[in-house]
Design a protein around this ligand. Structure first.
Ligand code: URA
Length: 434
């Protein structure tokens, strides 16, 4: 086989055979195929796409390129949840204890923030003392004892994905549906889960800006899972405005804690109940989805999910008191209010702008190596559809360093549109796939 012939055929829209995809991935990981040829191949995939058979083989090869976690010593159906990334998306902190409090085994392996989107590990690490770098033994013991563990993805899992993602990042080939689907699914399936609930975000704050692309991504990921005998369901959910009110690491932990005490924002609570219910149902802990929803709601209202969250935080070395006493979490030193320029209805809160502005003042990373500031971010005072007066507070920007506050404040101001007409209400959960 010659790499150049495979690039040529993919460029011309042909389907590659399973062994040809294997040749490319193994050759690249071994360093035998150079970056320039792999870049050409990725660009060919970007324009020509991949068939279901190709994307499944690509995912299998990426899984085989690294460590595969064996959770078979832990009995029960292991279910994870994955979001394709959004702004203010703290659902994992709420959904995982909701499902675990219904006896689902939840090996929650998460990532860090990148670009304008947040990451579960960074949010959790704003809790003083909390460790997410558990050893494999610690991870398995905690999973057996508490049914839930929050850990980072090991660099050794799906090695090919790490290498390919870094190349895609600098060659304008991130936004390819088969490449995103195989990247996400290879990491998740290498973690030894039996089932998975995917939250595929759509809107200006998400990777997928159009519902048709989000649907194709969801279908492709569900298909990859099915072909590997895993139970996978995907929800396509709105990310045209931030989820909940808080954006930023410690700020989102506070909102997650309030939500687990049944005092959270309506949109966030609704989505968390739905995601948790699907995990409970996939784990066969409820006879129907309706029963699973009731279980999730009950565990939220009676405090059992919140108790589970505190137990898990403590088990991982975190100070669980900080979940009630927010002054124990990192706190910002400065605050800027963004006011409405006129009376009317909030018709747009651009999630990408809010995420980018928060990231700019330290809530996220521009590059993988950057450190984040856990205290900073944005708290919205309003959501799309609400009526505001001229001069009323739209949101507050929390910061610890003066530099870039001006620029971030301008961006946050520009994120809001105030219209004379009340905007049409947009559904939060747009579709279910699988
Ligand atoms: N998240 C991933 O893990 N991979 C992608 O390609 C895009 C988002």
């Amino acid at each position: 086989m010659r790499t150049v012939d495979l690039i040529h055929r993919k460029r011309d829209g042909e389907e590659l055979a399973p062994e040809e995809i294997q040749y490319l991935i193994e050759g690249y990981v071994r360093g035998e195929i150079p970056d320039y040829q792999m870049t050409a191949f990725l660009m060919a995939v970007f324009f020509s796409g991949m068939t279901d058979r190709e994307v499944s083989r690509l995912t299998e090869c990426m899984i085989a390129s690294g460590e595969v976690v064996d959770l078979s010593a832990i009995s029960g159906i292991k279910v994870d949840k994955h979001s394709t990334g959004g702004v203010g998306d703290k659902t994992s902190l709420i959904v995982a204890p909701l499902a675990a409090s219904a006896d689902v085994i939840v090996p929650m392996m998460s990532g860090r923030s990148l670009g304008h989107t947040g990451g579960t590990l960074d949010k959790l690490e704003s809790i003083p003392g909390l460790r997410t770098n558990l050893t494999v033994d610690e991870f398995q013991v905690q999973l057996k004892e508490l049914g839930l563990c929050f850990v980072g993805q090991s660099d050794q899992v799906a090695l090919a994905d790490g290498k390919l993602y870094a190349l895609r990042d600098v060659t304008a080939t991130i936004e390819s549906i088969p490449l995103i689907a195989s990247s996400i699914m290879s990491k998740k399936l290498a973690e030894g889960v039996d089932a998975m609930v995917l939250d595929v975000k759509v809107g200006n704050g998400a990777f997928m800006k159009r519902q048709i692309d989000a649907r194709r991504l969801a279908q492709m990921m569900v298909g990859i899972g099915r072909r590997m005998d895993k139970r996978v369901q995907a929800l396509i959910t709105d990310m045209s405005q931030p989820l909940g009110y808080a954006v930023g690491n410690a700020l989102e932990v506070m909102e997650a804690s309030q939500t687990l005490q049944n005092a959270g924002p309506a949109d966030l609570t609704r989505l968390c109940i739905e995601l948790a219910a699907r995990m409970i149902h996939l784990a066969k802990k409820a006879p129907s989805l309706e029963d699973a929803r009731r279980t999730a709601e009950q565990n939220l209202v009676d405090g059992s999910a919140y108790r589970k969250f505190k137990q898990v935080i403590e088990a991982q070395g975190g100070n669980a008191q900080a979940l009630d006493k927010f002054e124990l979490l990192p706190n910002a030193t400065g605050m800027r209010e963004i006011l409405s320029p006129r009376a009317g209805y909030v018709s747009v809160i651009d999630a990408e702008d809010i995420g980018t502005a928060s990231s700019m003042i330290g809530a996220g990373r521009q590059r993988k190596e950057d450190t984040i500031d856990p205290a900073v971010g944005v708290i919205l005072e309003v959501k799309v559809g609400e009526k505001v007066d001229a001069g009323s507070v739209l949101c507050r920007l929390y910061y610890t360093k003066e530099d870039q506050v001006e620029e971030a404040a301008e961006m946050v101001e520009d994120a809001f549109r105030i219209s004379a007409q009340r905007p049409e209400e947009r559904e939060l959960i747009l579709e279910v796939v699988g």
